[in-house]
Design a protein around this ligand. Sequence first.
Ligand code: AKG
Length: 206
Amino acid sequence: MPRFISMTAPIAMAAANLRLRHWPGWLTEADASLENLLNEVPWQQESIRLFGRRHPLPRLTCWMADPGCDYSYSGARQIPQPWSHAVLALRERLGALGGSRFNSVLLNLYRDGRDGMGWHADDEPELDPTAPIASLSLGASRSFRFKPKGKGSHQDERQGLELGHGDLLLMDPPTQQFWLHEVPRRRRVERPRLNLTFRVVRRQGA
Ligand SMILES: O=C(O)CCC(=O)C(=O)O
């Protein structure tokens, strides 16, 4: 087992159609990875159009993918960046775990607690619904919350966990089909947080 990861048993969380596996502190060299990624990733400020006006997303992003893995979200087509060394190394270590070969990753940089991500599911038609999504977190600890799709939001049905430095979360099918997730804003958080969600995109024409 490489020193780079810690492979104790994950904490499993399950509710109806919610399948999560959480490895706190999975990446033992999280400090070095955070520094490398902050420096080597070509972070971009994307915007979305709402009611005819463009608004900057409350975070910086980058999409890295194999050729042919096109992807759109929030109404914007993502232009893939080449895989960086540090991200490729992380993908290699994840490959064995999910049983899938992740061919793409969305990186999000939350500069501080004023950045966040609203309720959504990673259920775009380009994504393979039979593959897990592997989410790796670095930097400041932030809440990650789930609520069932298609209902008024009953507080007692919500699920949540805290994602810390080096934590790995696997979201297994059919989670994305039935649940939404969010990273709420936390005004008191001053440090940056970086998250990578490794995905399997169905290639064009496949
Ligand atoms: O930052 C996170 O933990 C989650 C990111 C996320 O929900 C996404 O990339 O779809």
